[in-house]
Design a protein around this ligand. Structure first.
Ligand code: ARG
Length: 706
């Protein structure tokens, strides 16, 4: 049972009944200046109830057990709105609040906090239900299940998957699992990029550079080589022909700016320190403030130049990769505009050119096999993998339908949808007739609505596509789908320890499978060292390898999930594999540690659950653990409220910490009485099951021993 949800509902009732008692009370402020004051009585009621819900959201679990299990601070903002002392608001609220069926009488603290404690008897009753409740652990399915389509992972195939793909895959998977666990209907759809320019690149590569023998032997490796080759040549030519000259120009201009700023700044400091030269060529600034500004401008100009120099260095590396390699140089000379040539291959594919379509059909399966391997390793599976290619035939219809709705305008020959409040239009067809990413996404929405009519479609895609999704959603609403909830579940970048996007030493994005291998290798070393340190090692070699996989891959996933998804995060093997702190390894270890009690005491946990033995709460640490166990469902609800998996990782970390305090202070196998021992074993069992289920919802495995 979700205690927080229950308390919040009771708060809403209390607020509304207080309003009923006093016809002149408006929760959103004074009458007359808000929706509550005007309009028909029914509008007023809705507005009151919305305000009441918003205030009830301010009831939260307390951070400190001294201030209750839950605490409400809504009297503060409400008091301000009503012009009433918050303590008085708190008193009124408490007078209307009916929670005595499951809470102790609330207390009012400080300026007007309402502190609430669950009744031990109620808490125990809930846990007792959880004991019998298998994997659900007392978590009730939602009353109003919704249907979600979740679009995640969605890599562009034909390029190897890299570190950036892990976030969408792992976050999307966790969201799907938790939604399902809570009783929602979930359809996962991997919107593969299987139709984009990268195919033009490998088709061009195939036609000019293929090594047939390698292709026969290991198609994926050869395709990946072709992709890298063409990509490298494109990058080289772009750098040499466009970026380098532009940058050189900018550098020259910047150097001029600096020398001007230098002069201005010299004059400024001369004035400031009273050493202005007798009239030189340059007019002296006679205001010290101006002098400071000039110095600041000089600094900024120098920083800008440093930025340009760094870009120059990056370009130099790209050009060196080709120019220092005679074979590459010859290839570049022989294919002088390879970007345009590769684009032409993509266009031919899209127009149905028989050769290119045949090549695409030949290459795609190997690309998919390759990414499937990664998914298998990550334990991720999709209900559907309808790639972009699937929608190709529908694109003309999409443009026609939007045009019919009067939404399309031509701009520079391209077909565009202009949207209110968004400066850039959404382009749906280029001048040359080509369709775009956005056109496919519109066709995808149409298809998903027709096939599944979901209540919501979630897109787990990195933050750089924020504008695309704003445009897409606005267009879809005006086109035909005003009601479906469309949400971009955005996330930040994976950074290296230098604070820049995570790259290998040679500057390429790190391949996902190499990343997983390295984490497993390191986990293996840790597991082996721990086990070797035991008087009698527990794990045979194959077990070590299995545990290392669980820990290594779990570490990568967990590190990703534990960071607030909208922030960037720093990828660090050392941090993610630490045995203490908020890591998967710590939770996996906590889990194994709980199980070891059952081993040592020769207790059969299953049999224990059927005893119907009472749970006893005799000490503060027992109680704190019990409350944490009860709050599992709240963490899951929070996760689906804003689709942030870090709510669940924080919860699990807190649970494990409370367990650790309990374990230090409350002997389990050597408890004073048989009843107490049984009760504590039940708490241990619930802890282990909650950690396992929680990690399972994050697609992280546990090991019984490690
Ligand atoms: N393939 C795209 C990329 O790698 C992500 C696709 C996200 N999903 C979508 N429906 N647009 O950038």
């Amino acid at each position: 049972m979700n205690a927080l949800g229950l308390i919040r509902r009771r708060f809403v009732s209390a607020l509304l009944s207080w309003c009923d008692d006093r016809g002149d009370l408006f929760l959103d402020g004074s009458p007359g200046d808000g929706p509550a004051g005007e309009g028909p009585a029914s509008d007023r009621k809705t507005a009151q109830s919305e305000s009441a819900w918003a205030l009830a959201e301010l009831v939260l679990p307390s951070q400190d057990a001294r201030f209750g299990d839950y605490q409400a601070n809504c009297p503060m903002p409400l008091g301000k709105r009503l012009g009433m002392p918050p303590r008085e608001v708190a008193q009124q609220l408490v007078a209307h609040l009916e929670i005595d069926d499951f809470c102790e009488p609330p207390t009012i603290a400080g300026p007007g906090f309402i502190n609430m404690w669950l009744k031990d008897s109620w808490l125990i009753e809930q846990l007792q239900q959880a004991v019998d409740d298998g994997p659900r652990l007392g978590v009730l399915p939602v009353a109003n299940p919704r249907k979600f389509v979740v679009d995640y992972s969605s890599p562009n195939v034909a390029k190897p998957m890299h570190v950036g793909h892990i976030r969408s895959t792992v976050i999307g998977d966790a969201i799907c699992r938790v939604l399902k666990f809570l009783g929602h209907q979930v359809i996962s759809d991997n919107h593969l990029g299987d139709w984009g320019t990268q195919f033009g690149m490998i088709i061009y590569g195939y036609k000019h550079f293929v090594d047939e023998e390698s292709l026969q032997r290991d198609a994926v490796a050869e395709l990946s080589r072709l992709y890298q080759l063409v990509h490298g040549l494109i990058a080289y030519q772009d750098a040499r022909n466009q970026q380098w000259p532009t940058l050189q120009q900018k550098i020259v201009e910047q150097e001029q700016k600096i020398s001007q700023a230098q002069v201005a700044s010299d004059c400024g400091s001369a004035v400031e320190f009273g050493t202005a030269p007798p009239s030189g060529g340059v007019p002296a600034a006679d205001d010290p403030k101006q002098g400071k500004n000039a110095a600041k401008r000089l600094r900024q100009a120098k920083n800008k130049l440093a930025e340009f120099r760094a870009q120059e260095e990056a370009l130099r590396q790209i050009t060196a990769a080709v120019e220092d390699d005679p074979q590459r140089s010859a290839q570049s000379a022989a294919h002088p505009d390879i970007r345009a040539a590769a684009l032409a291959e993509t266009a031919a594919l899209h127009e149905g050119d028989a050769t290119n379509v045949a090549l695409w059909n030949r290459f795609l399966p190997s690309c998919r096999v390759e990414i499937e391997k990664t998914y298998e390793r990550l334990g991720v599976a999709f209900d559907h993998t309808l790639g972009e290619s699937f929608y190709h035939d529908q694109l003309a219809g999409v443009v026609a339908s939007l045009t019919e709705r009067g939404l399309v305008q031509e701009s520079d020959g391209a077909k565009c949808v202009f949207l209110e409040g968004i400066q850039a239009p959404l382009i749906i067809q280029k001048q040359d007739g080509a369709y775009l990413y956005a056109t496919t996404d519109l066709a995808t929405i149409q298809y998903r609505m027709q096939r599944w009519s979901p209540d919501a479609i979630l897109y787990v895609v990195d933050h750089r596509q924020a504008l695309h999704f704003r445009q897409l959603f606005a267009t879809a609403r005006r086109w035909a789908y005003p009601d479906v909830e469309l949400e971009h579940i955005s996330f930040g970048t994976v950074l290296g320890e230098d604070g820049k996007p995570y790259k290998t030493r040679s500057g390429t994005a790190v391949g996902l499978s190499g990343l997983l291998d390295e984490a497993v290798r390191r986990a293996h070393a840790i597991v082996s060292a721990n086990d070797d340190a035991r008087p009698e090692p527990l794990l045979p070699a194959d077990q070590r390898q299995k545990v290392a996989e669980q820990i290594g891959i779990g570490a990568i996933k967990y590190a990703d999930l534990a960071h607030n998804r909208t922030s960037d995060y720093v990828f660090s093997y050392d941090k993610m594999l630490a045995m203490t702190g908020n890591t998967a390894a710590y939770l996996q270890y906590s889990y194994a540690r709980v199980l070891s009690i059952f081993d040592r005491g020769k207790v059969d946990a299953r049999a224990l659950r059927t005893l119907a033995a009472p749970i006893l709460i005799n000490s503060p640490t027992e109680r704190a653990l019990a409350v944490a166990l009860l709050q599992f469902c709240e963490a899951l609800q929070r996760l689906v409220d804003d689709f942030r998996p870090n709510h669940l990782t924080s919860y699990l970390f807190q649970l494990a910490s409370r367990y650790s305090e309990f374990f230090e202070q409350c002997p389990v196998l050597k408890a004073d009485s048989e009843e107490c021992r049984t009760s504590r074993l039940l708490l241990c069992d619930l802890t282990a099951r909650t950690i396992r289920q929680g990690l399972n919802l994050l697609a992280i495995d546990v090991a019984e021993r490690m």
